[in-house]
Write a protein that binds this ligand. Sequence first.
Ligand code: ASP
Length: 420
Amino acid sequence: MAIVEGDIVLARCGGTTYEGVLMPSTTGKTVVKLKNGYNIGLEPGNVTLELIDKKSELKGPQIELPAPNPKLPNISILSTGGTIASKVDYRTGAVTSQFTAEDILLAIPELTEIANYNARVCYSILSENMRPEYWVKLAEEVNNEIKAGADGIIITHGTDTMMYTAAAIAFMIKTPVPIVFVGSQRSADRPSSDNAMNAICAAKVAVSDIAEVTVVMHGSTSDDFCHIHRGAKIRKMHTSRRDAFQSINSRPLGRVEYPSGEINTYLDYKRRGEQELSINTNIEPRCTLVKYTTGASPEMLLFASANYKGIVLEGTGLGHVSTEWVPYIERTTQAGVPVIVTSQCINGRVCDRVYDTGRDILKAGALEGEDMLPEVALVKLMWALGQTSDFDEVKKLMLTDIAGEMTRSSRTSGVIHNNF
Ligand code: ASP
């Protein structure tokens, strides 16, 4: 019988055998998806294939979904794509979004014990393809769902740029209900996938009293708890580990035990109903982040100020750049383009009053970005310039804590969660 894509095969190559699903290939190699979820590409000339099983009729689990339970809260799931939304079709190799509530609930039936769901696809993209204008539409969708009575929102999102979108939504929306971002580092077809546990913990937070924009992701390498992070205080700190997300310059807001779902909080937070719903999506996307590196030409700043309305500078240490950059900073700020200094250290607070270069940078009109993450300062600058083009007003907004992005003192923070 002919072997076709989707069949389970035994591939023999150079004395080694690999069992798995024969996948479509775009590279001319013979691609086999192994049981551990990884794909292996083999040179076709060296491979012989033996058919183990015809699998063209692969079906999902046959479960009946329960009817909505009027006693449970109603959660809206807005999908933007990323690994958490992907499922692999072994017949075609295509990665598709699980876009209906039914798809998600069939994949993770435990969710039905927590809430009733209504789900919608906003985007089906990898998060590296996110754009500031997509944040705006997403914020509008969130606003509509809350207005329509959702008791909580879950936003599924790729992990790569989740911190930008979470920060953007935190600046754009004041929320009376939880808005929870969740993603996964490993897709559903891999035994070590984190998507179900992250989604279950996210649902627990979405029905909780924590009415803030948060990110819920694995808190350790085991399947024992998820951390609840503030949306404007996180960074993805590892390319592949499931506990890649860390709160920077702050403790996480709390944690969700798994599988019990018990929530413990470490910080004070806004409670359900404490704030009225309001939305402000005005942004100026023409802002950029410039990283100072040893020997970098200050002319980068000329280019940036000619093409952008605001600049976040990622300086060294306490927030420094080489002295030859200072006159360029001055030219930039005098041209009405705000320059916000952040640090490449990410942990700790910018303080440009200690060394000469720092003082000169401040004299040149730059602003200290306190303990904000550089990318959060960038999103905030876009939002601030969307509110006003008045230089002093922008400065005032940049120095006001809007969404928990700045902590007052680093004494209790500056915690380096270096557990890798
Ligand atoms: N590149 C993917 C994304 O950010 C990775 C992920 O989803 O985790 O969309």
